[in-house]
Design a protein around this ligand. Structure first.
Ligand SMILES: Nc1ncnc2c1ncn2[C@@H]1O[C@H](COP(=O)(O)OP(=O)(O)OP(=O)(O)O)[C@@H](O)[C@H]1O
Length: 222
């Protein structure tokens, strides 16, 4: 079953320098249980594609489906509901809730998604090396620790589709590899799909497939 389908997506932005065509008739399909690494130069439109897949940004043309649901035909409330229940997002800025400690940040998405499994969350915290930090607040964490909390918060809710923008960019190579392995393992085990934006060919090689964004179009990774 397809977890994510992008069908003939186009997107432009008006900028001070004129209109920039970021995505030109982009199509892709991601099966449940699979992982796809999206690479491309800085400014090639990777984050834009991810935001469109999440329904956070609307394409100028084309259709986005998460499983069977057509995001492009929904209103904002419908898209927000779908994200809450089925889509996990990991952004370059971690978007942790500053007034909640690590434990509460991890539990937050789980509660929003209407899923409760304290044992799973505790195990995840331990596997991400967060078990000694549960009482701390985000401002008391390093960048890499915040990134691991953001990953844990997303995975704790067991989304059917994970959209991750450079999720290990703030981690050293060994920790980044370990965290990506955990993401790949947990998503595959749950039959979830992972779309991973990365600059790293080494990390991209670990995914089940790869695509490269160049001049607004998808092709094979170089
Ligand atoms: N809201 C916006 N308004 C105007 N231009 C935008 C907007 N968002 C993105 N862009 C432009 O669209 C292009 C693609 O940006 P995007 O952030 O998707 O690239 P990226 O591949 O994720 O880059 P990076 O690897 O540096 O994160 C860039 O030229 C950027 O300046």
């Amino acid at each position: 079953m397809k977890a994510l389908t992008l069908c003939d997506i186009s997107k432009s932005f008006d900028t001070a320098e004129g209109r920039v065509e970021v995505l030109k008739h982009v199509s892709l399909g991601l099966e449940a249980g699979q992982s796809l690494a999206l690479t491309g130069e800085s400014g090639s439109g990777k984050s834009t594609l991810l935001h469109i897949a999440a329904g956070l940004e609307q394409p100028d043309a084309g259709q986005v489906r998460v499983a069977q649901d057509d995001l492009t035909a929904m209103g904002d409330a419908g898209r927000a509901r779908l994200r809450r229940g089925q889509v996990g997002l990991i952004f370059q800025q971690f978007n942790l809730i500053p007034s909640l400690n690590v434990g509460a940040n991890l539990a937050f998405q789980v509660r929003l998604a209407g899923k409760a499994d304290a044992a799973f969350v505790a195990d995840l915290a331990q596997r991400l090396g967060l078990e000694g930090l549960l009482q701390r607040y985000p401002e008391q964490l390093s960048g890499g620790q915040q990134q691991r909390v953001a990953i844990g918060r997303c995975l704790a809710a067991r989304p059917a589709l994970v959209l991750a923008d450079e999720p290990t960019g703030n981690l050293d190579e060994a920790t980044g590899d370990q965290v990506l392995d955990l993401m790949l393992h947990l998503t595959a085990q749950a039959g979830a799909a992972l779309l991973l934006v990365t600059h790293s060919p080494r990390l991209a090689a670990r995914c089940t497939s790869r695509a490269h964004l160049r001049a607004g179009q998808l092709g094979d990774a170089p």
